[in-house]
Design a protein around this ligand. Sequence first.
Ligand SMILES: [Zn+2]
Length: 364
Amino acid sequence: MKFEFKIIHTDNNARVCEMIIGSKRIETPIFLPVATKGCVKLITWQELKEIGYNATITNALILYFKPGLDVIEKFKSIHEFFGFDGVIFTDSGGFQMIRAGFLERIHEDYAVFRSPFDNSRHKITPEFIVEIQKRLKSDIFMPLDICPRYDMNYNRIKEATIRTVKWAKKCKKILDGNVMFGIIQGGVFLDLRKYCTKELLDLDFHGYAIGGLSVGEPKDLMYKVLKFNVKLLPEEKPRYFMGLGSIEDIFKCISLGIDIFDSSFPTRNARHDTVYTSSGKIIINRAKYKYDRRPLDESCSCFTCRNYTRAYLHHLSKVNEFLYKRLLTIHNLYFIKKILDEIKKAIKQNYFEEMLKENLKTKN
Ligand SMILES: [Zn+2]
């Protein structure tokens, strides 16, 4: 698979880059809406494309559990099965290790998972995760990593990091021309981050993801580790911060040189009545919006803001009509896309730092 990554413009550490994967092109900084089970919750792939999203991340392990590879292999690729022709990243199951109910045990050369759908047991090797992704024919593969919980002690995180490196080597060996990003682990320990980064750089992945942060550690500590880790990465490769999606964090991470983000935060927030606006977050089921004739955001031109008032959305939330969750999801995803477009413009015209300072004043 053809893969190219080119820096188009920089403003201090922030950068706009072009990434070409096969015949597809994306511009970074980019936010990937999360489609863990095969869709971005409550929104169609066509709606996502209309908003302007041409990339997503789904989960190879979950799709292996259900619908199963036999179903997806009836189609040309995961793209045809989904009905989405954009760039599809496939995560590996490493993150599922810290979610309750998924992981049974980690061994030296494999992990045992329980399917969340029928509780069946599955022995998953790093090689098998690559095999799944080959059969899905996704655009960007991720290796099976071990994402340790934040509260584990140094020795356990060290062991997980060493194993992550060992597994990454196994995955890289059988890649057969596919594109894969290495996932850097190491918890909040700088020596482990340094070790893992160096080992993965030696393997020469197409890009690098920073994993194992934003998993419950204090924000100050997360930024300290992130800053340290980003500095160890080469300029000429894409940098992906996995699992971070508040607008404030996106701004801060872009200022440190991160190119790619994913998070279920904007869609989950929408399902819990919370929307982003230019003057900060609002919670639509609060009484003060009962008579409010304004759209969610007066400067937003998404489908929801063009057609519906806060009062109507407030009403739907009060009577628990699910339509409002869909309408709020459309708005939040549109809002994030618009911000990223504005950020790219600011970087290209060298006023990103001013924009960053201004944005940190609002409470999104
Ligand atoms: Zn809107």
